[in-house]
Design a protein around this ligand. Sequence first.
Ligand SMILES: Cc1cc2nc3c(=O)[nH]c(=O)nc-3n(C[C@H](O)[C@H](O)[C@H](O)COP(=O)(O)OP(=O)(O)OC[C@H]3O[C@@H](n4cnc5c(N)ncnc54)[C@H](O)[C@@H]3O)c2cc1C
Length: 341
Amino acid sequence: MDARQLKQHCDIGIIGGSLAGLAFARLLQAQLPQCTISVLDDTQNAPAGKTLIIEQAAADCLQQFAALPANSKAIQQVRISLAGIQRNIGRNVEGQQPLGYSISQPLVQLALKKDLPLHNARVAALHPTAEGVTIHTNDNSTLHARYLVIACPLPLLPPPFRSRRLAYQQSIFSLQANSDLPLHTAYQHFSYRKVMVLVPRAEDDATGVILCVPHATSGDINALSDSALSTYLSDKFKLSINVSGKRFAYHPQLLRTTPLASDNIALIGSGASTLHPIGAQAISLGIADAQVLAKLFIQHTGTPPQAALQQYHRQRVFAHRRKALLTSTLALGAFGAGGLL
Ligand SMILES: Cc1cc2nc3c(=O)[nH]c(=O)nc-3n(C[C@H](O)[C@H](O)[C@H](O)COP(=O)(O)OP(=O)(O)OC[C@H]3O[C@@H](n4cnc5c(N)ncnc54)[C@H](O)[C@@H]3O)c2cc1C
């Protein structure tokens, strides 16, 4: 649907149609069908093709919307845990606790999007008013939402929100490879000179390689041919790894915004914090945000939802602080300023 077809008013506007925003929209739609919602997503610029690990609780939430395909190739149970990583930093280990799933984000998003009022639009400005929030998109459409949920990092937040940013001196490569990894196993390699994690990709028989390198060397790594990189990785892992296909690189950062809610705006998922990918915590955090916020909106039906938003901040702020602290300490501790290679 085009942004010009946006309705002018809705009860709840959601910016960001990735897993946290979509999960929130589905939870609300299921429990409060009378509530009008609009989801705005800048689809063209959404990062694509990630293989993601999520925890059991997040998988259970997505499962209620049949968002996790039954196809065993599309979802695989993996063994990885933050506790396992903490225990095993500096060693090459196979995670000990069966704890999560490797999912295909595009497949899950597709299932969650079903029957949702989605608009392809980039939000350019927000104006809180006494009656809610006016949202301006980059093609000059306007939407007025009584309450707004932001599920993406936005630089244009109004007061009282404040963002803090820590950029790691690392680049993360997401690569596709074939390897002799056994199915259902995520390998964690955390030391100064090893790749970060190998995980079976959910959507095919390939292996996802997440490689953390010092920012300064990322150009050299990217310049390696597939076969040179395969040799390099196989040597480091003592596994056969054949890199092929697209490489995706990004500069990770910790972005934390507080508070998590004002009178009419709530931040969930990457709208509240972006985490370093170590430990695969971010999706589960965002889905838990969506669950708590939806539950509070439902509980406060008929009463001023500001109370729900205040409670949301109180219930989730500690989880965000804890995950941000854990993942950034692990990332800095495992890779340090000097990096990996
Ligand atoms: C290579 C890689 C591997 C990762 N692996 C894992 C993992 O294993 N487990 C894990 O938990 N996390 C992982 N992450 C992190 C995870 O992808 C993110 O934390 C997660 O996608 C956040 O989800 P979200 O729903 O909060 O928002 P996002 O995925 O950040 O989505 C935000 C959405 O908002 C939209 N948007 C942005 N700006 C605007 C705007 N101005 N107007 C309208 N729409 C806008 C975007 O198009 C996007 O669809 C990984 C990330 C990468 C890059």
